[in-house]
Write a new protein. Structure first.
Length: 460
Protein backbone atom coordinates (compact mmCIF):
# COMPACT_ATOMS: atom_id res chain seq x y z
CA UNK A 1 0.00 0.00 0.00
CA UNK A 2 1.29 3.44 -0.96
CA UNK A 3 1.82 5.52 2.17
CA UNK A 4 1.62 8.93 0.56
CA UNK A 5 -1.44 10.44 -1.12
CA UNK A 6 -2.66 8.36 -4.07
CA UNK A 7 -2.93 9.95 -7.52
CA UNK A 8 -5.45 8.70 -10.08
CA UNK A 9 -2.56 7.18 -12.04
CA UNK A 10 -1.67 4.99 -9.05
CA UNK A 11 -5.05 3.31 -8.46
CA UNK A 12 -7.69 1.15 -10.12
CA UNK A 13 -10.35 3.12 -8.24
CA UNK A 14 -12.32 5.62 -10.30
CA UNK A 15 -12.00 8.62 -7.96
CA UNK A 16 -14.40 11.52 -7.60
CA UNK A 17 -11.78 13.97 -8.88
CA UNK A 18 -9.00 12.69 -11.11
CA UNK A 19 -6.68 15.64 -10.57
CA UNK A 20 -6.59 15.30 -6.78
CA UNK A 21 -4.24 13.22 -4.65
CA UNK A 22 -6.06 11.39 -1.85
CA UNK A 23 -4.38 10.63 1.50
CA UNK A 24 -4.98 7.04 2.61
CA UNK A 25 -7.03 6.81 5.82
CA UNK A 26 -6.00 3.76 7.85
CA UNK A 27 -7.40 4.25 11.33
CA UNK A 28 -10.07 6.10 13.28
CA UNK A 29 -10.57 6.55 16.99
CA UNK A 30 -13.28 8.75 18.46
CA UNK A 31 -13.28 12.01 16.50
CA UNK A 32 -9.82 11.47 15.01
CA UNK A 33 -8.82 9.94 11.67
CA UNK A 34 -5.24 8.92 10.87
CA UNK A 35 -3.70 8.49 7.42
CA UNK A 36 -0.95 6.13 6.26
CA UNK A 37 1.72 8.75 6.85
CA UNK A 38 0.69 9.07 10.49
CA UNK A 39 -1.02 12.44 10.17
CA UNK A 40 -4.13 12.89 12.32
CA UNK A 41 -7.25 14.81 11.31
CA UNK A 42 -9.91 16.21 13.63
CA UNK A 43 -13.19 15.05 12.13
CA UNK A 44 -15.70 17.92 12.33
CA UNK A 45 -17.85 16.28 9.64
CA UNK A 46 -18.62 12.86 11.18
CA UNK A 47 -16.65 10.89 8.64
CA UNK A 48 -16.88 13.59 5.96
CA UNK A 49 -20.50 12.96 5.04
CA UNK A 50 -22.15 13.29 8.49
CA UNK A 51 -22.61 9.51 8.69
CA UNK A 52 -20.16 8.59 11.48
CA UNK A 53 -22.38 10.12 14.15
CA UNK A 54 -20.92 8.10 17.03
CA UNK A 55 -17.29 8.54 16.03
CA UNK A 56 -14.80 5.91 15.00
CA UNK A 57 -13.80 2.62 16.62
CA UNK A 58 -16.90 1.93 18.74
CA UNK A 59 -16.24 -1.51 20.22
CA UNK A 60 -19.87 -2.01 21.28
CA UNK A 61 -21.22 -1.57 17.76
CA UNK A 62 -18.45 -3.69 16.27
CA UNK A 63 -19.28 -6.43 18.79
CA UNK A 64 -22.98 -6.27 17.92
CA UNK A 65 -22.19 -6.64 14.22
CA UNK A 66 -19.88 -9.58 14.86
CA UNK A 67 -22.39 -11.35 17.12
CA UNK A 68 -25.14 -11.02 14.51
CA UNK A 69 -22.83 -12.16 11.69
CA UNK A 70 -22.05 -15.32 13.66
CA UNK A 71 -25.77 -16.08 13.96
CA UNK A 72 -27.14 -14.90 10.60
CA UNK A 73 -25.68 -12.10 8.49
CA UNK A 74 -28.02 -12.13 5.52
CA UNK A 75 -31.41 -13.34 4.42
CA UNK A 76 -33.64 -11.72 1.82
CA UNK A 77 -36.93 -10.35 3.11
CA UNK A 78 -39.13 -11.49 0.23
CA UNK A 79 -39.96 -14.79 1.93
CA UNK A 80 -38.45 -14.36 5.40
CA UNK A 81 -38.11 -11.73 8.07
CA UNK A 82 -35.60 -11.67 10.93
CA UNK A 83 -35.53 -10.56 14.59
CA UNK A 84 -33.22 -7.52 14.14
CA UNK A 85 -35.45 -6.12 11.37
CA UNK A 86 -38.61 -6.63 13.41
CA UNK A 87 -37.14 -5.09 16.56
CA UNK A 88 -35.51 -2.14 14.78
CA UNK A 89 -38.79 -1.29 13.04
CA UNK A 90 -40.61 -1.26 16.40
CA UNK A 91 -37.96 0.90 18.02
CA UNK A 92 -37.86 3.42 15.17
CA UNK A 93 -41.64 3.73 15.12
CA UNK A 94 -41.56 4.33 18.87
CA UNK A 95 -39.25 7.37 18.57
CA UNK A 96 -40.75 8.76 15.34
CA UNK A 97 -43.27 11.62 15.37
CA UNK A 98 -46.75 10.63 16.54
CA UNK A 99 -48.73 8.56 14.06
CA UNK A 100 -45.81 6.84 12.32
CA UNK A 101 -46.42 3.11 12.47
CA UNK A 102 -44.53 1.37 9.62
CA UNK A 103 -40.90 1.17 8.48
CA UNK A 104 -39.21 -0.20 5.35
CA UNK A 105 -35.42 -0.60 5.43
CA UNK A 106 -33.02 0.23 2.59
CA UNK A 107 -29.24 0.56 2.24
CA UNK A 108 -28.72 4.32 2.08
CA UNK A 109 -30.07 7.83 1.78
CA UNK A 110 -30.65 8.01 -1.96
CA UNK A 111 -32.52 4.70 -1.87
CA UNK A 112 -34.60 5.97 1.03
CA UNK A 113 -35.55 9.11 -0.89
CA UNK A 114 -36.36 7.10 -4.03
CA UNK A 115 -38.51 4.71 -2.03
CA UNK A 116 -40.30 7.61 -0.35
CA UNK A 117 -41.27 8.97 -3.78
CA UNK A 118 -42.49 5.51 -4.85
CA UNK A 119 -44.45 5.14 -1.63
CA UNK A 120 -46.18 8.51 -2.08
CA UNK A 121 -47.08 7.69 -5.68
CA UNK A 122 -48.37 4.24 -4.76
CA UNK A 123 -50.43 5.66 -1.90
CA UNK A 124 -52.43 7.80 -4.31
CA UNK A 125 -52.86 4.92 -6.78
CA UNK A 126 -54.15 2.69 -3.97
CA UNK A 127 -56.71 5.37 -3.12
CA UNK A 128 -57.96 5.60 -6.69
CA UNK A 129 -56.09 8.75 -7.75
CA UNK A 130 -53.58 7.46 -10.35
CA UNK A 131 -53.30 10.92 -11.92
CA UNK A 132 -51.21 12.10 -8.96
CA UNK A 133 -47.51 11.76 -9.80
CA UNK A 134 -45.92 15.23 -9.85
CA UNK A 135 -43.49 16.14 -7.07
CA UNK A 136 -42.73 19.72 -6.02
CA UNK A 137 -39.53 20.50 -4.12
CA UNK A 138 -37.31 23.43 -3.12
CA UNK A 139 -34.86 24.42 -5.83
CA UNK A 140 -31.86 24.80 -3.54
CA UNK A 141 -31.63 21.25 -2.27
CA UNK A 142 -29.72 17.99 -2.51
CA UNK A 143 -31.40 14.60 -2.12
CA UNK A 144 -28.90 12.21 -3.68
CA UNK A 145 -27.08 11.22 -6.90
CA UNK A 146 -29.57 8.76 -8.39
CA UNK A 147 -31.64 9.86 -11.37
CA UNK A 148 -34.88 10.44 -9.45
CA UNK A 149 -33.23 12.20 -6.53
CA UNK A 150 -31.23 14.41 -8.92
CA UNK A 151 -34.52 15.41 -10.52
CA UNK A 152 -35.69 16.75 -7.16
CA UNK A 153 -33.03 19.47 -7.08
CA UNK A 154 -33.20 22.69 -9.04
CA UNK A 155 -29.41 23.05 -9.10
CA UNK A 156 -28.36 22.67 -12.75
CA UNK A 157 -24.72 22.27 -11.80
CA UNK A 158 -25.56 19.04 -9.98
CA UNK A 159 -27.73 17.65 -12.74
CA UNK A 160 -25.05 18.36 -15.32
CA UNK A 161 -25.16 16.24 -18.46
CA UNK A 162 -27.72 13.85 -16.94
CA UNK A 163 -30.51 16.31 -17.73
CA UNK A 164 -31.94 14.26 -20.63
CA UNK A 165 -32.57 11.34 -18.26
CA UNK A 166 -34.29 13.32 -15.53
CA UNK A 167 -37.99 13.73 -14.98
CA UNK A 168 -38.67 17.47 -14.84
CA UNK A 169 -39.86 18.59 -11.42
CA UNK A 170 -41.40 21.82 -10.22
CA UNK A 171 -39.31 23.83 -7.77
CA UNK A 172 -39.83 26.75 -5.42
CA UNK A 173 -37.19 29.16 -4.06
CA UNK A 174 -35.87 28.93 -0.49
CA UNK A 175 -37.04 31.37 2.19
CA UNK A 176 -33.62 32.69 3.15
CA UNK A 177 -32.79 36.04 4.77
CA UNK A 178 -31.65 37.38 1.41
CA UNK A 179 -34.69 36.48 -0.72
CA UNK A 180 -37.72 35.66 1.43
CA UNK A 181 -37.36 36.05 5.21
CA UNK A 182 -41.10 35.68 5.88
CA UNK A 183 -41.78 32.56 3.79
CA UNK A 184 -44.62 34.25 1.91
CA UNK A 185 -42.78 34.36 -1.43
CA UNK A 186 -42.14 30.61 -1.26
CA UNK A 187 -45.82 29.96 -0.53
CA UNK A 188 -46.79 32.12 -3.50
CA UNK A 189 -44.38 30.13 -5.67
CA UNK A 190 -45.92 26.91 -4.35
CA UNK A 191 -49.38 28.18 -5.25
CA UNK A 192 -48.20 28.99 -8.78
CA UNK A 193 -46.71 25.53 -9.16
CA UNK A 194 -49.89 23.88 -7.91
CA UNK A 195 -51.97 25.94 -10.31
CA UNK A 196 -49.70 25.22 -13.27
CA UNK A 197 -49.59 21.46 -12.63
CA UNK A 198 -53.11 21.17 -11.31
CA UNK A 199 -53.30 20.29 -7.59
CA UNK A 200 -55.14 17.06 -8.42
CA UNK A 201 -51.99 15.86 -10.21
CA UNK A 202 -49.54 16.52 -7.34
CA UNK A 203 -48.34 13.51 -5.39
CA UNK A 204 -46.00 15.10 -2.85
CA UNK A 205 -44.08 18.08 -1.63
CA UNK A 206 -40.55 16.79 -0.98
CA UNK A 207 -38.15 18.75 1.26
CA UNK A 208 -35.78 18.76 4.21
CA UNK A 209 -37.01 19.83 7.63
CA UNK A 210 -33.57 21.35 8.14
CA UNK A 211 -31.22 21.49 5.18
CA UNK A 212 -27.75 20.00 5.18
CA UNK A 213 -25.42 20.16 2.17
CA UNK A 214 -27.34 22.63 0.00
CA UNK A 215 -28.12 25.29 2.63
CA UNK A 216 -26.32 24.21 5.80
CA UNK A 217 -28.56 24.32 8.91
CA UNK A 218 -31.27 26.36 7.15
CA UNK A 219 -34.97 25.87 7.79
CA UNK A 220 -37.86 27.95 6.44
CA UNK A 221 -39.73 30.29 8.80
CA UNK A 222 -42.79 29.01 10.67
CA UNK A 223 -45.15 30.76 8.29
CA UNK A 224 -43.97 28.58 5.42
CA UNK A 225 -44.55 25.35 7.36
CA UNK A 226 -47.99 26.54 8.45
CA UNK A 227 -48.87 27.43 4.87
CA UNK A 228 -47.59 24.11 3.58
CA UNK A 229 -49.79 22.25 6.08
CA UNK A 230 -52.80 24.32 4.99
CA UNK A 231 -52.22 23.52 1.32
CA UNK A 232 -51.75 19.82 2.01
CA UNK A 233 -55.10 19.76 3.78
CA UNK A 234 -56.74 21.65 0.94
CA UNK A 235 -55.22 19.79 -2.02
CA UNK A 236 -54.54 16.27 -0.74
CA UNK A 237 -50.85 15.80 -1.58
CA UNK A 238 -48.41 14.24 0.88
CA UNK A 239 -45.48 15.94 2.61
CA UNK A 240 -42.24 13.94 2.49
CA UNK A 241 -39.23 14.86 4.62
CA UNK A 242 -35.70 13.97 3.60
CA UNK A 243 -34.09 13.35 7.00
CA UNK A 244 -31.14 11.42 5.64
CA UNK A 245 -28.86 13.76 7.63
CA UNK A 246 -31.14 15.11 10.37
CA UNK A 247 -32.80 11.83 11.37
CA UNK A 248 -31.74 9.81 14.41
CA UNK A 249 -30.45 12.61 16.58
CA UNK A 250 -28.40 15.10 14.56
CA UNK A 251 -30.49 18.15 15.55
CA UNK A 252 -31.15 17.19 19.18
CA UNK A 253 -34.37 15.38 18.29
CA UNK A 254 -34.86 11.85 17.07
CA UNK A 255 -36.31 13.42 13.92
CA UNK A 256 -36.11 17.10 13.03
CA UNK A 257 -39.56 17.02 11.41
CA UNK A 258 -41.16 16.73 14.81
CA UNK A 259 -40.22 20.34 15.45
CA UNK A 260 -41.98 21.86 12.43
CA UNK A 261 -45.52 23.19 12.14
CA UNK A 262 -46.13 20.73 9.31
CA UNK A 263 -46.10 17.10 10.39
CA UNK A 264 -44.76 14.94 7.55
CA UNK A 265 -46.53 11.92 6.09
CA UNK A 266 -43.35 10.07 5.07
CA UNK A 267 -39.79 10.34 6.41
CA UNK A 268 -36.63 9.08 4.71
CA UNK A 269 -33.56 8.66 6.90
CA UNK A 270 -30.18 6.92 6.72
CA UNK A 271 -26.83 8.25 7.91
CA UNK A 272 -27.39 8.34 11.67
CA UNK A 273 -29.10 4.94 11.68
CA UNK A 274 -25.91 3.08 10.80
CA UNK A 275 -23.55 5.68 12.31
CA UNK A 276 -20.93 4.77 9.69
CA UNK A 277 -20.76 1.10 10.76
CA UNK A 278 -23.25 -0.33 8.26
CA UNK A 279 -25.04 0.77 5.11
CA UNK A 280 -28.64 1.14 6.23
CA UNK A 281 -31.49 3.58 5.76
CA UNK A 282 -35.21 3.59 6.41
CA UNK A 283 -38.50 4.98 5.18
CA UNK A 284 -41.17 5.61 7.80
CA UNK A 285 -44.82 6.38 7.10
CA UNK A 286 -47.86 7.49 9.02
CA UNK A 287 -50.60 4.98 9.61
CA UNK A 288 -52.91 6.61 7.06
CA UNK A 289 -50.35 5.86 4.34
CA UNK A 290 -50.05 2.24 5.45
CA UNK A 291 -53.84 1.84 5.62
CA UNK A 292 -54.15 2.75 1.94
CA UNK A 293 -52.22 -0.45 1.13
CA UNK A 294 -53.89 -2.50 3.86
CA UNK A 295 -57.29 -1.59 2.43
CA UNK A 296 -56.13 -1.85 -1.18
CA UNK A 297 -53.77 -4.17 -3.03
CA UNK A 298 -51.97 -5.30 0.13
CA UNK A 299 -48.69 -5.06 -1.78
CA UNK A 300 -45.68 -2.76 -1.93
CA UNK A 301 -43.06 -5.10 -3.34
CA UNK A 302 -40.25 -2.96 -4.79
CA UNK A 303 -37.02 -3.46 -2.88
CA UNK A 304 -33.29 -4.12 -2.95
CA UNK A 305 -31.04 -7.04 -2.06
CA UNK A 306 -29.95 -5.86 1.39
CA UNK A 307 -33.22 -4.30 2.56
CA UNK A 308 -33.90 -5.35 6.15
CA UNK A 309 -30.97 -7.78 6.31
CA UNK A 310 -30.06 -8.96 9.85
CA UNK A 311 -26.51 -7.60 10.01
CA UNK A 312 -27.18 -3.90 9.24
CA UNK A 313 -30.35 -3.98 11.36
CA UNK A 314 -28.34 -5.32 14.30
CA UNK A 315 -25.97 -2.39 13.86
CA UNK A 316 -28.95 -0.03 13.83
CA UNK A 317 -30.16 -1.50 17.11
CA UNK A 318 -26.73 -1.02 18.68
CA UNK A 319 -26.71 2.60 17.51
CA UNK A 320 -30.11 3.30 19.08
CA UNK A 321 -28.98 1.65 22.31
CA UNK A 322 -25.89 3.88 22.43
CA UNK A 323 -27.96 6.99 21.82
CA UNK A 324 -30.28 6.08 24.68
CA UNK A 325 -27.80 4.76 27.25
CA UNK A 326 -25.38 7.66 26.78
CA UNK A 327 -28.18 10.25 26.52
CA UNK A 328 -26.55 11.63 23.40
CA UNK A 329 -29.66 13.23 21.92
CA UNK A 330 -30.18 15.15 25.14
CA UNK A 331 -26.51 16.13 25.03
CA UNK A 332 -26.89 17.47 21.49
CA UNK A 333 -30.11 19.30 22.38
CA UNK A 334 -28.41 21.09 25.27
CA UNK A 335 -24.89 21.51 23.87
CA UNK A 336 -25.85 22.43 20.30
CA UNK A 337 -26.96 26.04 20.99
CA UNK A 338 -23.82 26.62 23.05
CA UNK A 339 -21.67 25.28 20.22
CA UNK A 340 -23.40 27.60 17.76
CA UNK A 341 -22.73 30.58 20.03
CA UNK A 342 -19.09 29.57 20.47
CA UNK A 343 -18.60 29.25 16.72
CA UNK A 344 -20.33 32.59 16.09
CA UNK A 345 -18.22 34.33 18.74
CA UNK A 346 -15.01 32.94 17.25
CA UNK A 347 -15.95 34.38 13.85
CA UNK A 348 -17.72 37.60 14.84
CA UNK A 349 -14.84 39.87 13.80
CA UNK A 350 -14.53 38.36 10.29
CA UNK A 351 -16.50 40.61 7.88
CA UNK A 352 -16.73 37.78 5.35
CA UNK A 353 -18.95 35.79 7.75
CA UNK A 354 -22.59 36.86 7.59
CA UNK A 355 -24.14 34.37 10.01
CA UNK A 356 -23.70 31.08 11.82
CA UNK A 357 -26.82 28.90 11.81
CA UNK A 358 -27.27 25.92 14.06
CA UNK A 359 -29.64 23.12 15.02
CA UNK A 360 -28.04 20.67 17.41
CA UNK A 361 -24.82 19.39 15.89
CA UNK A 362 -25.71 20.59 12.39
CA UNK A 363 -24.24 24.05 11.86
CA UNK A 364 -23.75 26.24 8.83
CA UNK A 365 -21.50 29.25 8.21
CA UNK A 366 -22.55 31.59 5.40
CA UNK A 367 -20.07 33.93 3.74
CA UNK A 368 -20.77 37.23 1.97
CA UNK A 369 -18.81 39.85 0.13
CA UNK A 370 -17.32 42.02 2.93
CA UNK A 371 -17.51 45.08 0.69
CA UNK A 372 -21.28 45.33 1.18
CA UNK A 373 -22.02 42.60 3.76
CA UNK A 374 -24.75 41.09 1.59
CA UNK A 375 -23.72 40.03 -1.90
CA UNK A 376 -22.36 36.62 -2.83
CA UNK A 377 -18.59 36.46 -3.12
CA UNK A 378 -17.34 36.22 -6.73
CA UNK A 379 -17.23 32.50 -7.68
CA UNK A 380 -13.78 32.85 -9.21
CA UNK A 381 -12.36 33.44 -5.72
CA UNK A 382 -13.29 29.83 -4.84
CA UNK A 383 -13.82 30.68 -1.19
CA UNK A 384 -15.49 27.36 -0.33
CA UNK A 385 -12.68 25.38 -1.90
CA UNK A 386 -10.08 27.51 -0.13
CA UNK A 387 -11.81 26.91 3.21
CA UNK A 388 -11.76 23.13 2.83
CA UNK A 389 -8.14 23.04 1.65
CA UNK A 390 -6.90 25.37 4.41
CA UNK A 391 -8.81 23.44 7.08
CA UNK A 392 -7.36 20.16 5.82
CA UNK A 393 -3.87 21.58 6.06
CA UNK A 394 -4.64 22.39 9.70
CA UNK A 395 -5.74 18.80 10.29
CA UNK A 396 -9.46 19.62 10.31
CA UNK A 397 -12.14 17.99 8.15
CA UNK A 398 -15.06 20.24 7.16
CA UNK A 399 -17.22 20.46 4.05
CA UNK A 400 -18.00 23.65 2.14
CA UNK A 401 -20.37 24.31 -0.74
CA UNK A 402 -19.71 26.46 -3.80
CA UNK A 403 -22.02 29.12 -5.26
CA UNK A 404 -24.83 27.61 -7.32
CA UNK A 405 -25.99 28.61 -10.77
CA UNK A 406 -29.59 29.12 -9.66
CA UNK A 407 -28.42 32.16 -7.66
CA UNK A 408 -29.93 31.07 -4.35
CA UNK A 409 -26.74 30.24 -2.45
CA UNK A 410 -23.13 31.33 -2.22
CA UNK A 411 -20.11 29.99 -0.35
CA UNK A 412 -21.01 28.17 2.86
CA UNK A 413 -19.45 25.64 5.24
CA UNK A 414 -20.98 22.69 7.07
CA UNK A 415 -19.88 21.92 10.61
CA UNK A 416 -21.27 18.60 11.87
CA UNK A 417 -19.18 16.87 14.57
CA UNK A 418 -19.85 13.38 15.92
CA UNK A 419 -22.30 13.21 18.80
CA UNK A 420 -19.59 11.84 21.11
CA UNK A 421 -17.22 14.81 20.71
CA UNK A 422 -15.99 16.12 24.07
CA UNK A 423 -16.08 19.78 25.06
CA UNK A 424 -12.30 19.95 24.66
CA UNK A 425 -12.48 18.49 21.16
CA UNK A 426 -15.30 20.86 20.20
CA UNK A 427 -13.19 23.79 21.39
CA UNK A 428 -10.26 22.57 19.29
CA UNK A 429 -12.52 22.22 16.24
CA UNK A 430 -13.81 25.76 16.68
CA UNK A 431 -10.30 27.17 17.15
CA UNK A 432 -8.91 25.44 14.05
CA UNK A 433 -11.92 26.45 11.99
CA UNK A 434 -11.80 30.10 13.08
CA UNK A 435 -8.10 30.24 12.20
CA UNK A 436 -8.91 28.72 8.81
CA UNK A 437 -11.61 31.27 8.02
CA UNK A 438 -9.37 34.17 9.02
CA UNK A 439 -6.58 32.83 6.83
CA UNK A 440 -8.88 32.52 3.81
CA UNK A 441 -10.44 35.94 4.45
CA UNK A 442 -6.94 37.46 4.38
CA UNK A 443 -6.09 35.55 1.20
CA UNK A 444 -9.28 36.73 -0.50
CA UNK A 445 -8.66 40.34 0.53
CA UNK A 446 -5.12 40.11 -0.84
CA UNK A 447 -6.30 38.56 -4.11
CA UNK A 448 -8.83 41.34 -4.58
CA UNK A 449 -6.26 44.04 -3.87
CA UNK A 450 -3.91 42.47 -6.41
CA UNK A 451 -6.68 42.27 -9.00
CA UNK A 452 -7.62 45.90 -8.34
CA UNK A 453 -4.01 47.04 -8.70
CA UNK A 454 -3.60 45.08 -11.93
CA UNK A 455 -6.79 46.62 -13.29
CA UNK A 456 -5.57 50.11 -12.40
CA UNK A 457 -2.25 49.48 -14.16
CA UNK A 458 -4.04 48.28 -17.29
CA UNK A 459 -6.26 51.36 -17.23
CA UNK A 460 -3.21 53.59 -16.80
Amino acid sequence: MVQGPIESSQTRVLPLELDRAYPVAVRGEGVWVQDAEGRRYLDAMSGGSMAATLGHGRRDIIAAARAQAERLSYVHNEHLTDPPQERLARELAAVAPEGFTRVRFVTGGSEANELAIQLARSYHVERGEPQRWHVISPAQAYHGPTMQTLALTGRPGLQGHFGPYLQRSAHIPPSTWRFDPTGEAALEALDRALEEIGPEHVSAFFCEAISAAALPAYTPPDRFWEGLAERRERHGFLVVFDEVVTGVGRTGRWFAGGGTACRPDIIATAKGLGAGYAAIGAVLCRDQVYQAFANGSKRFTLGHTWDGAPLPCAVGLAVLEALRSERLIERIRDRGPVLRDELAAALEDVPMVHEVRGHGYLLGVEYVDPEDGRSFLPPELRVAGRIDAAAFERGLIVLSTQPTRDGYAGDQTLFAPPFTTTDEELAEMVARFAATVRQVADEVAGARRSASSASARRSG
